[in-house]
Design a protein around this ligand. Structure first.
Ligand code: IPE
Ligand code: IPE
Ligand code: MG
Length: 253
């Protein structure tokens, strides 16, 4: 969140012009691939493949709409519980996506970050993820974060563990821990909190996504299944966001 927005919330002043209508950071729970495939009598993997096309369209839409930060929930820490064949299909698509899209994303000025427990993926995928992050590190047009094997409770527990270790090593005074300093131990360090969290497919839950960071996010739910998502659905979500009044606990001005 922009400092201006925090100050505006505290003082009751309006944020700077243009600050409030457009979310700086959109985070998306990409859901509904399986139902999309089932509706067509296709195997689930066909839905996941079509979902990859929606990822491409959404990245383009974010760039076109000047959204600076986009986070995509692609695989949750709980998704490992799916049948092995589906997990293999999903990791295969991930491998293929990085290899086939990295050049184009880099050319477009997209900076890639990965959050989640990447150590659970095959080592060749882990190497590709590191390479994608390194290669795009200087890009500034769109900050794309992909949540892979990500779970918010696991992330918060890991942050608590890291802080506890720092205390044990005499590097951290527990009394000095604040919301801001604790956030520095999260995997999203350096990424602004999402302004808008969007979930497709009609489900209305967060499914362990960005629980800390979503404290004041606007939640938007659409019935569209992820493989059908594109520029116009993205624009609709932005329009819905623009109609919301964010108060951050303060009184409306
Ligand atoms: C989202 O689609 C993709 C992942 C969670 C990896 P789903 O696979 O969850 O699709 P539905 O919810 O079964 O329709
Ligand atoms: C959430 O979708 C995870 C991702 C979109 C990556 P799920 O389909 O896994 O969530 P639940 O099981 O319906 O809550
Ligand atoms: Mg689902």
């Amino acid at each position: 969140m922009a400092i201006g927005q925090i100050q505006a919330a505290v003082t009751g002043a309006r944020p700077e012009a243009g600050d409030d209508a457009l979310p700086a950071h959109v985070a998306i729970i990409m859901d509904g691939n399986g139902r999309w495939a089932a509706q067509r009598g296709l195997p689930r993997v066909a839905g996941h493949r079509a979902g990859v096309q929606a990822v491409r369209r959404t990245i383009e839409a974010a760039v076109a709409q000047h959204v600076g930060w986009l986070t995509l929930y692609a695989f949750s820490s709980e998704n490992w519980r799916r049948p092995e064949t589906e997990v293999r299909d999903l990791t295969g698509l991930l491998r293929h996506f990085i290899r086939s899209e990295l050049d184009e994303l880099h050319r477009e000025g997209v900076r890639i970050r990965i959050i989640g427990d990447r150590g659970r993926f095959d080592t060749d995928i882990q190497a590709d993820l590191v390479a994608a992050e390194r290669r795009t590190t200087a890009n500034t047009r769109l900050n794309l974060t992909v949540a892979l094997s990500y779970g918010a409770r696991g992330e918060i527990a890991a942050a608590a563990r890291a802080a506890a270790e720092a205390v044990r090593d005499g590097k951290l005074d527990p009394a000095s821990i604040t919301e801001e300093s604790f956030a520095g131990y999260l995997s999203t360090f350096g990424i602004p909190d999402p302004d808008l969290i969007l979930r497709t497919s009609g489900e209305r839950r967060l499914s362990n996504f960005l629980l800390w960071q979503s404290a004041y996010a606007e939640l938007v739910f659409t019935d569209v299944l992820w493989p059908d998502f594109g520029a116009s659905e993205f624009a609709e979500a932005l329009a819905e966001y623009a109609r919301r009044e964010r108060r951050f606990g303060a009184r409306p001005g």
